[in-house]
Design a protein around this ligand. Structure first.
Ligand SMILES: CC(C)(COP(=O)(O)OP(=O)(O)OC[C@H]1O[C@@H](n2cnc3c(N)ncnc32)[C@H](O)[C@@H]1OP(=O)(O)O)[C@@H](O)C(=O)NCCC(=O)NCCS
Length: 173
């Protein structure tokens, strides 16, 4: 893929910088990590088109069944989600391996209630099994909660299964 195309992001990276995570996040991290500093050699950013070549499909495969996803299929879905403007997929990349090692999504549902408000729905939280236990899951979800608020959501919800309830209980307020 041409370099320029590979850099196309699903949404403006500036949104993540605007979050004021250090002041607003109610979850504690020990050692301290944040969206601007998720760990050594790690970078958090919006999903980009080039992440097809950085293992996004394989990463999501650790969450659920994927099937065959060609570059064309991925590109078409990425472009549709970007154009829609209500999908915010974030990833963490290990810049030493150039692989995407964690990802999570918040979808902003448009409502008529509450003066045509928005509701954030967090989905598809996954951390590569070699990187688990480093607070990255907690960091992704905390970031998306703040992003959802920043985008004007009146509330943010999350669907999960029984197995991961203990994980989300560490984060949810
Ligand atoms: C669930 C998942 C995202 C957690 O990611 P992670 O980066 O390992 O989690 P963290 O290191 O941020 O853990 C945060 C806290 O939750 C706890 N925790 C993490 N996974 C847990 C689990 N499965 N059960 C109970 N507690 C868990 C951790 O001990 C930690 O507690 P602490 O803050 O007191 O130290 C990861 O295991 C994963 O990708 N699983 C497969 C996909 C999945 O099930 N996704 C969620 C459904 S959408």
């Amino acid at each position: 893929m041409e370099n320029g195309l590979a850099d196309i992001k699903m949404f403006d990276s500036k949104l993540l910088q605007e979050l004021d995570f250090e002041r607003k996040c109610k979850v504690t991290f020990d050692p301290v990590i944040s969206p601007s500093n998720p760990g050594e050699s790690l970078v958090m950013r919006p999903l980009s088109l080039g992440d097809y070549d950085r293992g996004i499909i394989q990463l999501l495969g650790q969450l659920t069944e994927m099937g065959d996803i060609s570059r064309e299929k991925f590109t078409e879905r990425f472009n549709n989600m970007k154009k829609d403007g209500y999908y915010y997929v974030i990833v963490i990349e290990d810049t030493q391996t150039n692989q995407v090692i964690a990802s999570a999504t918040v979808i902003m549902e448009q409502k008529i209630i509450r003066q045509c408000s928005l509701k954030g729905r967090i989905e598809e939280v996954v951390v590569n099994e070699n990187y688990r236990g480093k607070q990255l899951g907690k960091l992704l979800v905390s970031t998306l909660i703040l992003l959802s608020e920043h985008l004007g959501a009146y509330k943010t919800v999350l669907e999960t299964n029984e197995k991961t309830i203990p994980f989300y209980k560490k984060i949810w307020f």
